[in-house]
Design a protein around this ligand. Sequence first.
Ligand code: PGA
Length: 246
Amino acid sequence: MSSSSFLLCANWKMNKNPQQVQSYIREFIKIISLKKSKKIVFFTPALTLFVLQKECSDFLFWGAQNCHFEDEGAFTGENSPLVLKQMGATYCLVGHSERRQLFLENKMDIQKKIHTLIRHSICPIICVGENLAERRRGESFKVIQNQLLNIIKMVDLDMVTIAYEPIWAIGSAEPASPNQIFEMQKYIQQLCESQYKKLQFLYGGSVNIQNAKTLSQIKGVNGFLVGGASLNAQKFCQLSQEIDDS
Ligand code: PGA
């Protein structure tokens, strides 16, 4: 595990209602023993964020899975980054592959969201990743470069975290191999080198209790974005302990 603090993120996508979020967090707080070197961040559905605002004690962090790039206005159905700030969110996911694929989020929108979040001092976690066809064609690095290019040039990267989530590994029970993750971390670090030295790099895609320890030991990996394996409080707590033990 890298020496900087390990960011363990739970992405619940569109799962759980306010009551379920409340009982999860209460149970989690009872059973978790937290090392100083780790930060846990919950990304629950937008309609339940008010529960996190109330229930998360000072050692648990939370954020939104998405937001708009404008603070307010005629944007039916969107989340205001200004309100997120006012509610106390510390992080926000940006450009998750499900947002890019299912909701047709484009690079321009993603860049604007990152700018807005930084303006509000909310840390963007920028998700990047190639699909299976792109990996098979040997285009993984090119795709990631393309997803990150303008972002790296334009924003102050100190506040930014990059999550590498190969689309083919998400929800597949088969994560990328340690070598594939290591190579991608190295590549992204190189892309960012001139801008900043300490890259906060997360891996996401089928992280679970069985593989968490091995994946957390990959050089340069200092966090996870966990979907399915974060939905049960006891199991996620166990996963978190696997990282402590590594
Ligand atoms: P998964 O999802 O852990 O279920 O693969 C990760 C994600 O989509 O962020």
